[in-house]
Design a protein around this ligand. Structure first.
Ligand code: ATP
Ligand code: MG
Length: 174
């Protein structure tokens, strides 16, 4: 089992070094469980059945991208929430990573998760520091999400920012 709250705290803490260097505000928001639920469930609110190392890689790739493709003095917000209720069928955890970065043009979205795909830097007016990378990070992220039977989705506006949303089923009885 894997506590995603502890995992995200570790990853965010590690990435604070990068954020500080670029004067980017990096925050983590854990959306608290409702007060009325039992202590046992409170304790396991953010725990799912999953592979710690893979999920660290997933979160590191997404938060790393958010920092890389956001210019100095921007903002990166990470939010972890538990989704429940009939609408979602099984209980799920949702990670949202929102940045105020360069954004992704709509025509690039269909190929974004392809191996080696990178948005042409000229298209999004990226600075030199954002022009290196292998184009594998998101392909790996998607494979990890699929391995956990989850979903990954991206919303972006060029010049305003990008949000990656990952939804992972808990697949544990709590
Ligand atoms: P690496 O393999 O080192 O991560 P990369 O960052 O180029 O290289 P991916 O992480 O797969 O590769 O991302 C693919 C492309 O998607 C990036 O080159 C970039 O153009 C775009 N991209 C990814 N995340 C963001 C983001 N948060 N904001 C803007 N563009 C992004
Ligand atoms: Mg990357």
């Amino acid at each position: 089992t894997c506590p995603l709250d502890a995992l995200l705290m570790e990853v965010v803490e590690e990435q604070q070094l990068v954020a500080k260097e670029k004067e980017i505000t990096l925050t983590l928001n854990l959306v608290d469980p409702p007060l009325e639920i039992e202590p046992e469930l409170q304790e396991n609110w953010f725990t799912l059945l999953g592979n710690w190392d893979q999920l660290v890689r997933l979160c590191t790739n997404l938060i790393g991208n958010a920092l890389q493709y956001t210019s100095t003095q921007g903002e990166v917000q990470v939010e972890l929430a538990r989704l429940s209720g009939v609408r979602y069928g099984v209980a799920c955890l949702q990670i949202k990573i929102t940045d105020t970065g360069v954004g992704i043009p709509p025509e690039s979205l269909p190929r974004l998760f392809d191996r080696f795909y990178r948005v042409d830097p000229a298209r999004t007016h990226q600075s030199r520091e954002t022009t290196t990378g292998s184009g594998l990070g998101l392909a790996i992220a998607q494979a990890i999400v699929e391995h956990h039977q989850g979903q990954i989705q991206v919303d972006s506006i060029v010049g305003e920012g990008t949000t990656f949303t990952v939804i992972l089923p808990i697949t544990l009885e709590y």
